[in-house]
Design a protein around this ligand. Sequence first.
Ligand code: FAD
Length: 395
Amino acid sequence: MSRRGDLDVLVVGGGAIGAALALALARDEFDVALIEKNAPKPWRAEDDVDLRVVALAPDTRELLDELGVWNGIVAARVGPYRHMRVWDAGAPGELAFDAAEQGEAALGWIVENKLVQDALWQAIAAHPRVRLVCPGDVAEVVNASDAAIVALADGTRLRAGVLVAADGAESPLRKQLGIDCVERDYAQRAVVAHVATERPHEDTAWQRFLPGGPLAFLPLGDGRCSIVWSLPNDEAARILALDDEAFRRQLGAAFDFRLGAITAATQRAAFPLRLRLAKKYVAGRCVLAGDAAHVVHPLAGQGMNLGFRDVACLRRVVRDARERGRDIGAAHVLRRYERERRSENALAARGLDTIQRVFDIPGVPAAFLRSIGVMAVQRSRLLKDLAGAAAAGRV
Ligand SMILES: Cc1cc2nc3c(=O)[nH]c(=O)nc-3n(C[C@H](O)[C@H](O)[C@H](O)COP(=O)(O)OP(=O)(O)OC[C@H]3O[C@@H](n4cnc5c(N)ncnc54)[C@H](O)[C@@H]3O)c2cc1C
């Protein structure tokens, strides 16, 4: 513990991002408290695959592996994808990407959110440096000059050098800290379900661009696909209301019957889609991470991956500060995190728009342009190169 028995870091929100950060810092020998309002329901192998799945990128896998939870996740249930096919309903041709060509075992992994969170919580429960406060509801945050202080609804007070708000897209803490966001409502909803198809998914993540929004088929480990179908709000309401047979038929047609008929489907759920970027990440000794800082369109499967990059960056920044004997909550330390992450997250969030503008050259097929956009956002280094080149006037 730091001086006067305080904690080093308080993390509010025990979703995947808050939990990963708490575990990473504890493994680096910081004393951490993780405050979560609702205890997550444990993941169980006998339950059907949860509807909330994410595509995890190779750098996320590396982080989870380093935190000692990846092998457990793989042993439980994942769907690696080794290929990617992207095409446009309104134009010929398609883009194909293969892990082998890039010298990688997989391009990414489809995993249930719940499983990632559960694996992290189990590791936290076994870690002596994490104090888990659950259920714990933050009533007030005070930014003092030497500590961030949290008052819980039950009257408990906790002090730490840094407080991290990882309390999700609606982040009550971000609001308490008076941090505004740039927002855009896409007026779209993502309809999600798991479906069985006539032909195997071939460990491939498929994405078809349609006039109303993209439709993705993501390969699950059990042979089914998880679909993410972005649709204008009224169209999403119509699709949600269809009976099972009509849904399967219309989904199959929207997917160009690329894997044959849709032979079975689970119930459906829908999530409103919006872009939301916090205007700053730091207020006194408090910082934002994960969806509390940025909410992006699920089109390129990046939201959680960006959050894990926040985790890796914040961890590096506070570790560096400690090695130099500095206050881990000093403004210049936290600003370093903000500088690195805010620009990359904003770039990724606006990536598709940016790429589309960059490549908006008459005569170049839309499918090609949009496909480039998807892959560019997925591989942020490429996006950075392209956007940088655009800014420099080279493209
Ligand atoms: C349809 C869809 C598809 C997606 N697909 C992908 C994908 O393929 N790849 C990808 O990387 N991302 C994807 N995402 C995004 C991803 O799901 C999110 O980015 C990620 O789940 C955010 O995690 P988080 O831990 O920041 O927030 P959350 O998971 O929202 O966790 C926040 C936690 O804070 C807690 N909390 C809130 N308020 C308080 C409080 N006052 N006190 C204590 N605790 C509190 C909540 O209970 C919750 O547990 C997708 C999103 C959608 C909607």
